[in-house]
Design a protein around this ligand. Structure first.
Ligand SMILES: C[S@@+](CC[C@H](N)C(=O)[O-])C[C@H]1O[C@@H](n2cnc3c(N)ncnc32)[C@H](O)[C@@H]1O
Length: 294
């Protein structure tokens, strides 16, 4: 069995929120007369193996922020997002699982064959990059008849803004996005950020405006004349506010995210929610916000 190790108590918080939303979503889409005719998808774009353990530490070499996934709170095997979604009392009509590592994608398939054999025909498991698969998948669907919940649970900065836009453009997707607050570490005090990281931040936020959002030049005057000083504001609130504003530029409604912290209380991620369907967004947001605030 291939083991996949990550998380801590904050992972439990994240997955419990997701589980609640998925159950509520299926209740609406099975109970509501007008919603019943939609084919509902659950999409797990960073799916893993379906389970997690505390044995191995994933490393990316990106310096961001995979190591925080290993937290002292992690104990034994627990259900990951894929198992949670498959184990719902009322399962989704379709499942798309995307996992870049071949071994993990294979393990997930074996888990479904063994533990959820009746759902196997509903499952599409792709061993590929989440951004590539999602953009194609969004274009292939008939959004007049289909609806989806998409869960983006990357370790770090793997989600590209073009993917977020493709999801929003469907006007049919509810998005849960674990946004990495570890970007604060890249936003150096002196503003001297490696060009490759600047490009990654451009891709993550889908704009170059993060520069003026997190850095401002202040002019001070002293005996020797005017002096320009760079001020940095990379607080959790500012980063979270910015990603929420960015999501609101494409989605119908966006919730106030939940900051997830490790056992030392360091902020790791913001659990974000955004609803793309204008008609359903008010209800979706009400449910998601109450789950986030719980
Ligand atoms: C945090 S784990 C996901 C955990 C999973 N949601 C769960 O609850 O069990 C992130 C996963 O995404 C995979 N991954 C990393 N980059 C990826 C990419 N670009 N596309 C698809 N999968 C990726 C990793 O191999 C890893 O298994």
């Amino acid at each position: 069995m291939i083991e996949h190790a990550f998380g801590g108590d904050w992972t439990e918080v994240k997955l419990a929120r997701l589980a609640k939303y998925l159950a509520a979503y299926r209740t609406i889409f099975t109970g509501n007369e007008r919603a019943r005719h939609f084919t509902t998808w659950y999409v797990d774009a960073f799916a893993g193996t379906g389970s997690r353990s505390s044995v191995e530490v994933p490393t990316s070499g990106l310096g961001l922020p995979e190591e925080i996934y290993q937290d002292a709170d992690t104990k034994g095997y627990r259900d990951g997002s894929a198992r949670i979604a498959l184990g719902l009392q009322s399962p989704f009509d379709k499942y798309l699982f995307i996992e870049k590592l071949r071994g993990r994608a294979g393990e997930l398939k074996a888990v479904i064959e063994r533990d959820f054999p009746s759902l196997l025909p509903r499952c599409d498991i792709r061993n590929d990059d989440a951004n590539t698969v999602l953009c194609t998948w969004c274009n292939e669907r008939n959004w007049k008849k289909e609806r989806a919940v998409v869960f983006l649970d990357p370790y770090g900065m793997q989600v590209e803004w073009g993917t977020i836009q493709a999801l929003a453009a469907t006007k049919a997707i509810d998005l849960w996005y674990l946004f990495p607050l570890g970007v604060a570490r890249l936003l150096k005090r002196d503003g001297n950020i490696d060009e490759a990281w600047q490009n990654r931040l451009d891709q993550l936020f889908g704009t170059a405006e993060w520069r003026s959002r997190f850095y401002q030049t202040r002019t001070t005057r002293d005996l020797f004349g005017d002096r320009e000083e760079l001020e940095r504001n990379a607080t959790v609130e500012n980063i979270q506010g910015f990603i929420q504003e960015r999501l609101a530029s494409s989605f119908a409604k966006v919730a106030n995210g939940l900051v997830l912290r490790n056992s030392k209380s360091s902020p790791l991620y913001s659990l974000c929610f955004a609803a793309a369907n204008e008609r359903g967004a008010t209800t979706a947001l009400k449910i998601a916000q109450s789950i986030l605030d719980d």
